[in-house]
Design a protein around this ligand. Structure first.
Ligand SMILES: Cc1cc2nc3c(=O)[nH]c(=O)nc-3n(C[C@H](O)[C@H](O)[C@H](O)COP(=O)(O)OP(=O)(O)OC[C@H]3O[C@@H](n4cnc5c(N)ncnc54)[C@H](O)[C@@H]3O)c2cc1C
Ligand code: SF4
Length: 804
């Protein structure tokens, strides 16, 4: 029987998690297609708050990268919105006019932010806080403007406000209620939170109703219903969300506030399911990931025809992600009639804890100042634990803790540690005992604990410490290279050397990989490590490489490629330029652009044209797609510039010719400037060279990208021979000790400048490293030429389908 067609509408957290659950249950039952309105692969929306607060970057919050879809044979259409589920024809229709048939379809369209319907809400500078685009708007505005106003003193508003403060803005938070987070906290905790955040620099305008946003094209301020005004050049609306049901309405699904689903996430139309924030179960649309993931599990089993418990609703609990403030709320936290409270308030240390009881059961909790008991209390609420024999106040001060023992020691195995992903203490202990996990990262890989908001990391570390006892080493928390293994990079490299392993699959087999095929993280990493250990004997496994490296060109948004020919030191000549111009005309290349690295980039080359373009260019590959030496940027130097003291172009060309094609853990950029004015920006490259009187200064670990870092001065040397010897030794040491995909800037920070100097100061070691570098360089060939000359390879690459 052929595979059934499964279509997911919405490439967000709940939908993709459901697909992950389905893939765990069956690999070959479905042909999966995913549509997402956003242009990104599936990312962790929760961490947008951390991006805004500067703790992480947009690039680091991807949950499943492009290759995950490719590896799982999933057809992904990003930037494409489904406009109708036509259940009569069993197809979905998109805004691009695509018609995709389905056997089963999951609607996971999430929520849309609520925008106050007030005059001026559409002005430039007014944004919601829902996705990467909104976050980028705020990041950009903070560079130019000073005054921010956040409308909404709930969880999202406060996280946005903290982020904007971190970005150097003055922040006013406007809130309709008399105290903050009134949907999760009682007045006492709300007021304590306000005091704490005021200390951090936020200003609050409570019980204020925004009537108007004024300004010309861009927002200039807010006017309130009491007639008062404030100035603002950025307004963030964080006043709530509503389930995104427009597609459902258009498609005839039953909706209320959300898409109405039963206990198996089925809608009123057969073979159409809904999951996530867009779904409404028993009258409740949920707005936090933990319940959505529970729904995803039930739905995955339902679709795969595996017996499952029905979804019965979830206990809601939440934690504010603002550094320096611990706030936790769970369940029904309001007292009254049949609900009584137990409270502990410590004015001196500023903490407050409250339990809400109905009879002998805990139904809700609020914790301020110390939220470490949060998960334990949630677990008791979920289990409807009978507490009649317990001294109630001791629930807020567990005895084990009082005695100085670890909190986790008092937790039972079924108590939840990671709320977002529903991982219990028992599951983590089992991963430690049976899968040899020894670090939080390994636990994350094995169990998913701490994969979402990350709030449970300290608790996971505590379970580790408690279970491992004296073998727990907090400093040596090793990081497994991916979820397929518990081994770290160093351990894998050691095993490759010790056991003489020679193939990616062999490494996986001998080192007991958990998955037969590995994943998109470990396959390219192993391919690199094998090549690094044995440069002359190892045959590169092209199928383990990322698509750009397989195709030797960068794939673009529209499926065409960009081509950058090598141009040593950024120096060109009439012949090369003429050939480039001819190629542009012949293949109707739509865009030619000079890059920041002083190269010429040809954009919009069709895949089939690639080998012909390379052949006609008759220039080596510029490796603009590779984890290898990219460009050596040079200034004109002593030949033309009156300040130049050295031959920067000469040295740049020499360096580029020597190291071109070298495989490195991540891309490597170099720059050579002939005087300290540094016109080639040598201070912000992986290796930068600056000419001085009588020699050169070498800078390392610079980076001008997302993690801006000025290079560290490594050495001052007199001759170009010394420059080359140190460069070889330094680059080889980086090749041998960095994690795959670790830029030199991060690597220098990790291993330390002093350590690198110590290694390179040792003349013997320096020589050995240089020699190993020469060995690695001895086998490099130009990949474009190799493909043009190898008919079989050319056929494999250009006559089979490659997706992003
Ligand atoms: C800043 C921020 C912080 C948060 N912090 C927390 C937290 O600490 N803890 C917590 O539990 N939750 C938190 N949340 C909420 C959490 O992110 C959501 O509950 C979760 O992302 C919802 O998942 P979903 O898949 O239902 O919706 P989404 O993740 O929104 O995914 C829906 C996707 O579907 C796409 N889409 C919509 N319509 C269509 C269509 N017709 N065709 C194709 N694609 C479509 C959307 O563009 C979107 O990408 C936070 C949210 C934000 C914004
Ligand atoms: S870095 Fe110095 S030598 Fe090179 S172009 Fe600039 S001023 Fe001239």
């Amino acid at each position: 029987m052929g595979k059934k067609k499964l279509v997911l509408v919405g490439n967000g957290m709940a939908g993709v998690r459901t697909i992950e659950e389905i893939i765990k249950l069956t690999k070959d039952q479905f042909e999966i297609t995913i549509f997402g309105s956003e242009p990104h692969p599936n990312y962790n929306r929760i961490l947008l708050s951390k991006v805004l607060q500067g703790d992480t970057e947009v690039a680091d919050i991807t949950l499943n990268d492009w290759s995950w879809y490719e590896d799982n044979d999933i057809q992904l259409y990003t930037d494409e919105t489904v406009v109708k589920v036509d259940s009569d024809r069993k197809v979905v229709v998109t805004d691009a006019g695509r018609i995709e048939p389905y056997d089963e379809v999951i609607v996971a369209t999430g929520s849309v932010p609520f925008i106050l319907p007030i005059p001026g809400a559409d002005k430039e500078g007014v944004t919601a806080f829902r996705d990467i685009k909104d976050t980028e708007i705020m990041l950009k505005a903070s560079k130019k403007y000073k005054k921010a106003a956040v409308i909404g003193g709930g969880l999202l508003g406060l996280e946005a406000a903290r982020g904007l403060l971190n970005l150097g803005m003055e922040v006013n938070v406007i809130h309709l209620a008399p105290y903050l987070m009134e949907r999760q906290l009682d007045p006492m905790a709300g007021k304590m939170l306000q005091t704490e955040l005021e200390k951090q620099g936020m200003t609050f305008l409570l019980e204020k109703q925004t009537k108007e946003i004024f300004g010309e094209e861009r927002v200039e301020g807010l006017r309130f219903s009491d007639g008062t005004e404030i100035e603002a050049d950025l307004v963030v609306m964080a006043v709530g969300i509503k389930p995104n049901i427009s597609l459902a309405v258009e498609s005839g699904l039953e909706v209320n506030r959300g898409i109405v689903v039963n206990d198996y996430m089925q809608t009123n139309i057969p073979h159409v399911y809904a999951v996530g924030e867009c779904a409404e179960h028993n009258g409740i649309p949920y707005g936090l990931v933990a319940p959505l993931y529970e729904q995803g599990k039930v739905l995955a089993k339902t679709i795969c025809d595996v017996k499952t418990e029905p979804y019965k609703g979830s206990v809601l609990y939440t934690q504010l992600k603002v550094s320096g403030v611990e706030v936790f709320s769970a369940g029904d936290f309001t007292e009254g009639d049949d609900k009584k409270a137990v409270k502990v308030f410590d004015e001196q240390d500023s903490y407050y804890k409250k339990l809400v009881l109905r009879g002998n059961q805990i139904v809700g909790a609020v914790l301020f100042g110390d939220s470490s008991d949060g998960n334990r209390l949630v677990s008791m609420i979920q289990k409807q634990a009978d507490i009649s024999d317990t001294m109630k106040v001791s629930l807020l001060q567990p005895t084990g803790q009082e005695a100085g023992a670890s909190l986790v020691a008092t937790m039972s195995d079924d108590e939840i540690i990671c709320g977002c992903n529903g991982v219990s203490k028992g599951a983590i202990v089992s991963a430690i005992q049976t899968q040899s996990c020894t670090s939080v990262d390994e636990i994350k890989a094995c169990t998913s604990a701490s994969r979402s908001c990350g709030g449970c990391k300290p608790l996971v570390a505590e379970v580790l410490q408690h279970t491992l006892g004296s073998s727990f080493d907090s400093k040596q928390q090793k990081e497994a290279i991916c979820g397929c293994t518990t081994l770290s990079r160093d351990e894998v490299v050691e095993e490759i050397k010790a056991k003489g392993l020679t193939h990616v699959k062999e490494v996986m087999f001998v080192l007991d990989w958990k998955t037969e095929e590995g994943c998109s993280k470990c396959r390219p990493a192993l391919n690199y490590y094998l090549g690094m250990v044995n440069p002359t004997g190892y045959e590169d496994e092209k199928e383990s490489r990322f698509v750009n490296e397989r195709m030797h060109a960068n794939i673009q948004k529209d499926g065409t490629y960009s081509v950058v020919p090598r141009m040593y030191g950024g120096v060109t000549n009439a012949n090369d330029l003429r050939r480039i111009a001819d190629v542009v005309d012949k293949y109707e290349i739509p865009l030619v652009k000079v890059t920041g690295g002083q190269r010429i980039d040809l954009f919009g080359v069709k895949k089939d044209d690639l080998p012909k373009v390379w052949e006609d260019l008759d220039m080596p590959s510029g490796f603009a797609y590779g984890k290898s030496l990219r460009t050596v940027k040079t200034c004109v130097g002593e030949q033309f510039c009156r300040f130049g003291t050295q031959d920067s172009m000469g040295l740049g060309i020499q360096l580029e010719k020597k190291y071109e094609g070298l495989q490195t853990p991540h891309k490597v950029k170099m720059a050579v400037s002939a005087c300290p004015r540094s016109c080639a920006e040598s201070g912000f490259k992986d290796i930068g060279y600056i000419g001085i009187d009588g020699g050169w200064e070498l800078y390392i670990g610079g980076n001008g990208g997302t993690h801006v870092r000025g290079g560290d001065l490594l050495y001052k040397v007199k001759t170009e021979e010394e420059v080359i010897e140190i460069t070889s030794a330094y680059l080889q040491y980086y090749r041998e000790t960095a994690n795959y995909l670790e830029r030199t800037s991060a690597w220098v920070d990790r291993v330390g400048l002093d350590h690198i100097r110590e290694v390179l100061d040792d003349k013997e070691k320096r020589k050995e490293l240089s020699a190993r570098m020469d060995k690695a360089l001895s086998v490099i060939e130009d990949p474009w030429k190799a493909i043009i000359e190898d008919k079989k390879l050319k056929k494999e690459l250009f006559e089979t389908v490659v997706t992003s």
